[in-house]
Design a protein. Structure first.
Length: 133
């Protein structure tokens, strides 16, 4: 597979319907309805970090990161190489990774912060630029 992306899992747990998060639906409700959706967890992480709830943001980001890794691997990704930002299903992974880097830095986990930031840049320079890394 030369275009790694997050495949939509069948049934419950797949990506949220396109308008759910953008349309203002409560991200907690979206994550509860679609627990395998990295985008739902990334959104929760970003909100928590913006609100100063660092530990909660860290937990949400880590959940999104691991959900996304599982999906990427199901799609044939081997743990390295590009994860294009332009492929919308990848954005949950990339946003989770960015949030994890930020949260790690806020709790003093500098090695993890740097590792996640580098992983983000290595995965998608476009995502790193878009997300401020």
């Amino acid at each position: 597979m030369n275009h790694p992306g997050v495949p939509p899992p069948p049934g419950r747990g797949g990506p949220p319907p396109p308008g759910d998060l953008a349309g203002g639906k409560d991200p907690r409700a979206v994550a509860a309805a679609y627990p395998a959706s990295p985008l739902a967890w990334a959104t929760l992480a970003e909100i928590a970090l913006e609100d100063g709830r660092t530990i909660e943001g860290y937990a949400f980001a880590r959940t999104g990161y691991h959900r996304a890794l599982d999906a990427l691997r199901r799609g044939g990704w081997k743990g390295q190489g590009p994860v294009p930002w332009s492929h919308e299903p990848n954005q949950g992974f990339l946003r989770s990774l960015a949030a994890l880097s930020r949260a790690a830095g806020e709790i003093g986990e500098i090695v993890e912060q740097q590792r996640c930031a580098q992983f983000l840049r290595d995965s998608s320079a476009e995502a790193a630029d878009t997300l401020g890394f």
